[in-house]
Design a protein. Sequence first.
Length: 403
Amino acid sequence: MRGGPHLPFFCLSRLRFCSLLPPYRRFRCLGLFPERQAHEDVFMNDSNDMDDFDRFMAIIRASEEKAREFLENIFNNQEIADKFFAIEQKILTIDNFKGLLEELLLLIEDLFALPFVWIAMVSDSVLADLLEAAESSVVLQRRLKLVTPDTLHELLGEQAEPFLANDQLKRFSGILPEKQHYLIRSLAMLPLTLHGKLVGSLNLADSDPSRYQPDMDTSFQSQLAVKVSICLANVIAQEKLRRLATHDPLTDLPNRREMDVVLQQELTRASRYNQSLALIFVDCDNFKQVNDRYGHDCGDALLHHVALRMRQTLRTTDKVFRFAGDEFVIILPHLSLQEAELAATRLRAAVHAQPLEYQGNSVPLDISCGVASIADLEDLDANAFLKVADSRLYEAKARKTPQ
């Protein structure tokens, strides 16, 4: 993807029309004579003087060379436009954040034979949650750099227009991906915006210093930056809708609908590979009393606090869901019944050790747990799995001394 002189749209019908004219009118039609007076002197003069003939031939050769350069630029620009169109067609069909960034980087690298293509993104932007989810991508681990807003503004300024550079490149070190060695001698930064706010940059670089020069036209880069920014906005809107459908807004945990899907997947996987799988049903003790004494806002804060403590205590491979009300479900891959019971014991201790601080009050927290494993099941039935854990939960609550 190179910059180049900006050419106005040139209709092919005009090219065909001009080709039918005599040389004098053909070149005048195309606007290829350097000066009006020069060609008029040649064609208005009836002299057979050789100097006039030489002048005429020089004008013809200059005009032909200019025409070739002009047409070459048209065809080159058309080729670039076709590549940009191919990128736009592809990314407009992608409905997830990680897939959009991956496809964009690989397409640009392939179509434009660029050795270095990566994205810098503001870490504290509205994209933070999506960026965290994208960490699992092998492509983005090597081609995504999290930066501060000040870093981008220092390089792109308030205008947020594409920026080309081929000297003093050390100033761009702050946007280079970690642990990657880029031999960069020219670079193009394309601003990415969301609702008018600068949130990142798409960066294209080459070891050839002539690839991106400051005086080159950036029309195509500007168009690409706008299209990618639009795609970002669309993808974020779709991701938010998906999250609303699958997550509890209070605790930010996956909801029961998502749990049904994941639990059946884990059951199938554990059965296929003959692996252990356990389930913990969790209930908050004395939750009604907390609501009655401190109010429902405190009850909401308590649920959020319990969810946070569970995520902090459990393994990253364990999956926590809000089931309903003050009940949670935890799926623990690769754990037997005994191992899951130990995990439940650690979880109860962690929750109890850190009360909720709410408006100057220390609200004590306790939970009860019911534990089941795949060994308890006769069939791979997710509902039966939940019923076993639920039954053991109420047995555990019955054994507790009333508060």
